[in-house]
Design a protein around this ligand. Structure first.
Ligand SMILES: [Mn+2]
Length: 341
């Protein structure tokens, strides 16, 4: 980690600290933030966690979930806290654009900034940086950060439960982005007493009746398979959003279901919002949706999971996506699936 000694020095006395994570926070964003929150609180610091936008309600059982501030709902109060902070942690994001309207506030702050993240190409806005694309999750990196601080003995169930949530969600329940290094950490988390079965149940069996019905609707009415290209696309219009009262977060994870079809190598969820069209892409194996998002849709993320957005019309974006798939990636996507173990 870059500037670890400097950071250790700063954290050796109590500080006013703000922890931030990306807009539309997911399990890793929230898990890493609350895990770090519990750890730093134990060291005597004053911590506030601030998320740019609404919280993932399926995780409302997490300890101190209700103590997280949502910036878009608490602008004046949160702004004061950020301005007053001596340290700001940036977790699970690699650029100020990812925290939307909080970006300039954090960017202009004089606080010492620390990034802990696993997305590629981090922007240069932090003094201390732990950036590692080979990590499964930011939660894994927060665990490793605590190790670098020589504080593994400080780990308790509050910290570990929170970190385990992000490991579970970012690996899809240990289905991708795993490594021997991760499993060693998970083994020691189990030895420390976390209840992995209970946590897995809480994280993955979390549908509401509404969201379950919505998933059924998406699959039966909004899915198009480009058979020759081994690609599946779910498109949700603004009218769908209104008709089914779809809120931010309701479509979380829907795109992953397309990958359950064996032949599918690339999956897309394209949603029409008020003045923007969002894309959420997933892939299997070596096929990189990160490249598609960064080259065509002003976004990025990871090789197998990326997001993007466009100001073009809904129709145009769907056409553009299909054109990219059919023109630029024809060779990669149409070749026969070879199963080799
Ligand atoms: Mn993450």
């Amino acid at each position: 980690m870059q500037n670890l000694e400097q950071l250790k020095d700063l954290l050796s006395t109590p500080k006013r600290i703000v922890i931030t994570s990306h807009a539309n926070p997911d399990g890793d964003a929230l898990g890493s933030s609350l895990g770090l929150y519990h750890y730093l609180k134990k060291q005597g610091h004053r911590i506030t966690v601030i998320m740019p936008t609404e919280m993932p309600q399926f995780l409302n059982w997490m300890k101190d979930f209700d103590n997280v501030l949502v910036y878009e709902n608490t602008r004046t109060f949160s702004t004061k806290i950020v301005k007053d902070a001596e340290l700001i942690f940036a977790l699970d994001y690699n650029g100020l654009g990812r925290i939307e309207s909080m970006g300039s506030l954090v960017g202009d702050s004089k606080a010492y900034k620390v990034m802990i993240d696993h997305h590629i190409d981090p922007d240069d806005f932090c003094q201390a940086v732990l950036s590692d694309v080979t990590a499964s999750s930011t939660c894994q990196l927060v665990y490793e950060f605590i190790e670098m601080m020589d504080d593994l003995d400080q780990l308790d169930l509050d910290i570990l439960n929170a970190l385990y949530v992000g490991i579970l969600t970012d690996t899809g329940g240990f289905r991708y982005a795993t490594s021997a290094r991760l499993f060693r950490i998970v083994a020691s988390m189990l030895e420390s007493g976390i209840d992995n079965n209970k946590l897995t149940d809480l994280v993955f069996n979390s549908y509401t009746v509404k969201s379950f019905n919505l998933l059924a609707y998406c699959i039966s009415n909004c899915l198009e398979i480009l058979d020759e290209y081994n690609t599946g696309i779910i498109t949700i219009s603004h009218a769908d959003h209104r008709k089914y009262n779809i809120q931010r977060g309701d479509l979380e994870g829907v795109v992953n279901f397309i990958l359950k079809i064996r032949k599918i190598r690339c999956a897309a969820l394209i949603t029409e919002r008020r003045d923007i069209v969002k894309l959420s892409l997933r892939s299997k194996g070596d096929f990189s949706v990160q490249k598609i998002c960064s080259e065509h849709f002003n976004g990025g993320g990871h090789k197998n999971a990326s997001g993007g957005a466009s100001k073009k019309s809904f129709k145009e974006v769907i056409e553009q996506f299909k054109n990219v798939i059919q023109n630029d990636y024809k060779e990669e996507l149409t070749k026969e699936l070879v199963i080799e173990l």
